[in-house]
Structures are given as structure tokens and as C-alpha cells.
Write a protein that binds this ligand. Structure first.
Ligand SMILES: [Zn+2]
Length: 143
């Protein structure tokens, strides 16, 4: 599966990751899935509502998720929440063991941003395997 992200939305993700550094940022991804291509059309930044250490964990605001879902469904154009993103301050653009333990939804696309000082943000795309034992790495196309 291939994930398409525009330069503009890529810049939004990078800016959010840098603005919230050294804490993790997070948000929702809205888009459409056609055959094996996921096209991300909207990024909705969330507050990080984790009850743990925000430098090492994240939780998307459930109210934002509800609002975005309701808005997407009211448009009824096949565009819906297809995933979410979060950052790893000074960590890799790859899922952690904790991320795997939180991967309840097998169809969600995860974008994970590595953010560190004096460095461009790098992003990886992943999707939990159907048995949630691991993440598959997806091809991410930014253009
Ligand atoms: Zn993570």
C-alpha cells in the first residue's frame, strides 16, 4: 500500500512536530483509500492529551476525533479518518513497542515523524498487521 501526502500537508506535520518539541505532537489524518493508494487530503492537529509523559506518549483528543468523523460523514464523499500521526522527539520515524501496544485498529495508517534540533523532520508510514503483532511499513510518497 502506498500513502500520498502533499508537500503542503507534509510541511504542516513538520511544523506541528517542531512546535511541540520536546513533546510528542499528534493529530488525525483524513483522506480516501482507492485500491492500494491512500490519499491524505486533510491534517487535523490535536492537543496531546496523554496522562503520561508527553515527551514519550500521546493521545489524540477524542472530541476532535468525534468532530472530524461527524464532519466527514456529513459530506458523504468517501473521505474519512484514515489514520493519525504523532512525533518521536529525538527518536526514530518508526513505531515503538508502546505504539504497537496501542494499535487497536488494524486499518489505521500511522504517520510517525522524527523531530530533532537542527534537522529536517522525517516521516514514516505504517499500518498494524491484522493480528496486531507488528506494523507493516508503507511506501510514503510526498509531492
Ligand atoms: Zn510513538
Amino acid at each position: 500500500m502506498k500513502v500520498q501526502l502533499s508537500n503542503e500537508l507534509n510541511a504542516m506535520l513538520s511544523e506541528h512536530a517542531q512546535a511541540d518539541y520536546p513533546n510528542e505532537c499528534c493529530g488525525l489524518l483524513v483522506g480516501s483509500i482507492q485500491s492500494d493508494i491512500v490519499k491524505i487530503t486533510e491534517v487535523h492537529p490535536s492537543k496531546n492529551l496523554t496522562s503520561g509523559n508527553p515527551a514519550k506518549s500521546f493521545e489524540v483528543d477524542p472530541k476532535l476525533r468525534f468532530d472530524v468523523m461527524r464532519e466527514a460523514q456529513s459530506r458523504n464523499d468517501g473521505v474519512d479518518i484514515i489514520g493519525h500521526y504523532h512525533s518521536h522527539p529525538d527518536g526514530p520515524a518508526a513505531p515503538s513497542a508502546k505504539d504497537l501496544s496501542m494499535a487497536y485498529e488494524p486499518n489505521m495508517v500511522w504517520l510517525i515523524c522524527r523531530v530533532a534540533p537542527n534537522e529536517e523532520v522525517t516521516i514514516g508510514a505504517f499500518q498494524p498487521c491484522s493480528d496486531r503483532s507488528a506494523f507493516n511499513t508503507l511506501e510514503l510518497v510526498i509531492n
